[in-house]
Write a protein that binds this ligand. Structure first.
Ligand SMILES: [Zn+2]
Length: 395
């Protein structure tokens, strides 16, 4: 027991201690170029959620971390490799692409290096899949990618990703469409909550559809790629965590309620201990209903743009009228300009820079949030939270 406690307790200034069997680690990897979250489950299985790699707009986005010496996807693959080593396994068991946008799967340019394995370029997911063993690739669209969102068909990042998936499957790789309601597709303790406008009912593996028949909709009302994002809940004993890609509450103030997938997903998920501020904490992410439904003890904002997060979203996360009790807010990055806009609320946040690691003790009864250095690959601990007791155990 003493051993387990001391290993779980990270020391500031020291490298993060490795994962231990029975523990659940959730790493929000801070590359400054998009989302990437590595979950190492209690049984040692690993799940990478997204491998974003934005290429442009350095004036309004975070500079690459640790540096521009490598592509974001390369940094992510190296991060995964050094942390899954402790499980005794090689590479990833699953890679989930929440939705088909470049800050979640990788952007490409004519200058992006070609893969040596197939007719596609290296960025984000393709960098990870070329570098590591990946047991299964899961996304919201495989194999047809024709339903229900519109607007990405001609985009270079999508065409590149699709060419990669076709090549990968032809080489024997396993690809699957995300199954809403499943409790087995992505690993033990992972429940698929929502995708493509379908949301888990809470009963068995059943799901219900939010979107009306697409043929009945005017083109301007068609679902966006963001509202088709995949969301999951990851549990270990009494501990639980929710993340939902770029799900939004964009329901036109009640005029088009079926477009507000995030509120339905949050209600299907129920209260959790840790949640991400989906869509990077932008204006259409956390409305009060979502905050009340999830009511986490810790929020993680996966931020890489000057607009992440919005002042209103920070207020929603911190507002004790929506739910009482302890809550801490961590961001993978906060640009200086954002800090100036959000100063009053940003000062209440626990971190503005670094990988955010949620380390859940074996059995799931308690956890800590640990911030580690993203300026190099040392994984040096910058800050450690006090112990949180998992919500369902608190009186
Ligand atoms: Zn995004």
């Amino acid at each position: 027991m003493a051993g387990a406690c001391s290993r779980a307790h990270a020391e500031v200034g020291q490298p993060l201690a490795p994962w231990t069997p029975g523990g659940l680690d959730i790493h929000h990897i801070a590359t400054g170029r998009g989302n990437a979250t590595l979950a190492i489950l209690p049984d040692g299985a690993s799940l990478l959620i997204d491998a974003g790699a934005m290429l442009s707009e350095l004036d309004v986005t975070v500079a690459p971390r640790p540096s521009a010496e490598r592509r974001a996807g390369e940094w992510i693959a190296r991060y995964v490799q050094r942390h899954v080593k402790a499980t005794g396994r090689d590479g990833l068991d699953s890679l989930l692409v929440t939705h088909l946008h470049p800050d979640h799967l990788g952007d490409v340019r004519a200058s992006s290096p070609p893969s040596t394995r197939g007719p596609y370029r290296l960025s984000g997911v393709t960098d990870v899949a070329d570098a590591l063993r990946v047991g299964r690739l899961v996304d919201r669209g495989y194999p047809s990618y024709d339903d229900p969102a519109i607007g990405i068909e001609q985009a270079d990042f999508f065409r590149n990703y699709r060419a990669f998936v076709e090549s990968w499957v032809a080489r024997g790789g396993r690809a699957e469409r995300f199954v809403v309601g499943s409790a087995t597709q992505l690993g033990t303790g992972v429940r698929n909550i929502a995708a493509n406008g379908r949301v888990w009912t809470g009963q068995g593996e059943d799901a219900r559809a939010l979107f009306p028949p697409l043929a009945s909709l005017p083109p301007g009302d068609r679902p966006t790629e963001n509202m088709c994002s995949a969301g999951v809940r990851i549990s270990s004993g009494p501990f639980s965590y929710f993340t939902g890609g770029d799900l939004t509450n964009e329901g036109a103030d009640g005029e088009l309620p079926w477009r507000d997938v995030l509120t339905a997903a949050a209600r299907a998920c129920g209260p959790v201990d840790v949640a991400t501020a989906d869509h990077h904490g932008l204006y259409d992410g956390l409305n009060p209903a979502v905050v009340r439904a999830l009511r986490p003890q810790a929020w993680v904002v996966q931020a890489w743009h000057v607009s992440h997060p919005s002042p209103q979203q920070l207020d929603h996360m911190l507002n004790e009228r929506f739910y009482p009790g302890r809550r801490e807010v961590y961001a993978t990055h906060l640009m200086r300009e954002n800090l100036l806009v959000n100063r009053r609320l940003a000062l209440k946040m626990r971190s503005h820079e670094g990988h955010v690691v949620v380390r859940v003790a074996p059995g799931g009864e308690s956890f800590r949030v640990i911030v580690t250095d993203n300026g190099d690959e040392s994984d040096r601990v910058r800050a450690v939270s006090d112990v949180f007791r998992s919500r369902s155990l608190r009186s």
